[in-house]
Design a protein around this ligand. Structure first.
Ligand code: ASP
Length: 448
């Protein structure tokens, strides 16, 4: 069987490609409804729609063009065949900034298994670099595979190992770090690294993709290019998360690591800054700062590594009729902290008060963030909030629950003394909360 027969194309699409003598990897020109598209022919999923021909355009963006009546396919060049073996690494330009791409797995480091159409976490950081050769014009890239794990399977132990590896690279004097990561829990890891890596001299940028790099309309290449650009050259030195700003393929925004959340199951612009705004934008290879309040890049800064997290911490969402036995369960299991996701301004039912009182008496730290996501808790408005405060519940200002959870894990990883942990919760470590939000302030990113 030829490469083409093996490529997953069927019917009219296969016929058109065969008649034009095209092989996977060739540069082809497709004319459809008066429009011309040029790019590298890439394989298509065997179980996917066989009527589309998929090409990788110069921008790195994959598009599918329907092989309908009147569509014309022409071979315009013989290209290198796509291969699952590691691609040769592009040449390094010593004048460019030195960036390490560390790969942890997820869709960005995945490829489609063309036999089944399933996505497997299978490519290394150096493959990623090979797939996006444009990176060699932006930075001198070295790569490292840290894990090959979908992010739903990561644990705080992985955060610790990752933070330690990032610190090793930074201490060797790199200009920036990019971490390729699954999107599902990328916001948790970005928060964890923000607490673990303090006083950063250079940026640490997490990046993911909603579609693997060999899928039509993959966002992997553009996200990666934006992330490497920011890591190598941006004037800030914080943990950031780089993804599409909108569904269109133009701008990549870098969100602050403690203020970002995955908000959509499948859109490319799934990540949103919550109760804050992105730090920077990368558009047409140009970085513009979106925020005047940021920590500066400064290689004379000495990184402070605090990578310990306590895993005996639970996130409990309050809901009407919640049985307080849920709180007792964690206390009896020896948990050290519980982050309550309260309603509205920061409430849970009075039926939970006894369980909360008992937990606090046993030395469990109880913190509270709002399940509203946007806005801040204010536990002084209603009696319920005041009662919770007097029980010793710690309000987490404008932190949304996931960042609150990670901070509680981190605080209890630094100390086993509940009072000290509470003090850490109330201290602004890395821009995770602001202590006041003015009523007129625009805090919903993207809202008018
Ligand atoms: N489940 C995948 C992960 O988080 C999804 C993704 O990478 O976007 O690893």
């Amino acid at each position: 069987m030829s490469e083409l027969e093996n490529s997953g194309y069927k019917g009219r699409a296969l016929r058109l490609l065969r008649d034009a003598d095209c092989q996977v990897g060739d540069i082809i020109r497709i004319t459809s409804r008066g429009k011309t598209y040029e790019g590298i022919l890439i394989p298509r999923g065997e179980l996917g729609d066989a009527t589309n021909i998929i090409i990788k355009m110069k921008s790195g963006y994959n598009i599918g063009i329907g092989a309908s009546e009147g569509v014309n396919v022409e071979k315009v060049g013989v290209g290198t065949k796509p291969t699952f073996a590691s691609s040769p690494l592009p040449k390094q330009n010593s004048a460019l900034p030195h960036v390490i791409i560390m790969s942890t797995g997820g869709t960005i480091a995945s490829r489609v298994d063309y036999r089944t159409g399933a996505v497997r976490s299978a490519i290394s950081a150096s493959d990623l670099y090979g797939v996006v050769p444009e990176l060699s014009e932006i930075a001198r890239v070295d790569t490292e595979i840290v894990f090959s794990i979908y992010s739903e399977n990561l644990t705080p132990k992985n955060w610790k190992e990752l933070a330690q590896k990032v610190a090793e690279h930074i201490n060797q004097g790199v200009d920036g770090i990019v971490i390729a990561h699954g999107t599902d829990t990328m916001g948790y890891t970005s928060a964890a690294l923000s607490f673990a890596l303090q006083n950063l001299p250079v940026p640490v940028i997490l990046v993911g993709a909603q579609r693997s790099s060999d899928r039509p309309s993959s966002d992997a290449a553009t996200n990666l290019i934006g992330a490497v650009k920011a890591a190598g050259e941006a004037p800030f030195a914080e943990v950031g998360l780089a993804m599409h700003e909108t569904v269109s393929d133009s701008a990549i925004v870098v969100h602050r690591g403690v203020k970002v959340r995955k908000c959509h199951t499948s859109r490319r612009d799934t990540f949103k800054s919550i109760n804050g705004f992105p730090i920077a934008k990368v558009l047409n290879q140009k970085i513009t700062m979106q925020n005047s309040d940021y920590k500066r890049r400064d290689t004379s800064k000495q990184l402070v590594l605090k990578p310990d997290f306590c895993e005996k911490v639970a996130l409990v969402k309050f809901y009407p009729g919640m049985d307080p036995a849920v709180i007792d369960f964690y206390v009896n299991q020896g948990f050290k902290g519980v982050l309550l996701e309260g309603s509205g301004l920061g409430h849970v039912s009075m039926f939970c008060f006894e369980a909360i009182k008992n937990a606090i008496a046993k030395g469990v730290v109880i913190a509270l963030a709002s399940q509203c996501i946007w806005g801040r808790v204010n536990m002084n408005v209603y009696d319920t909030g005041r009662d919770l405060l007097s029980l010793g519940v710690v309000p987490l200002d404008d932190m949304f629950p996931e960042t609150g959870l990670v901070k509680l894990m981190w605080a209890l990883g630094q100390t086993s003394d509940p009072e000290e942990a509470k003090q850490l919760l109330k201290t602004n470590i890395t821009g995770e909360f602001v202590s006041r939000t003015l009523p007129q302030e625009k805090t919903v990113y993207g809202a008018q």
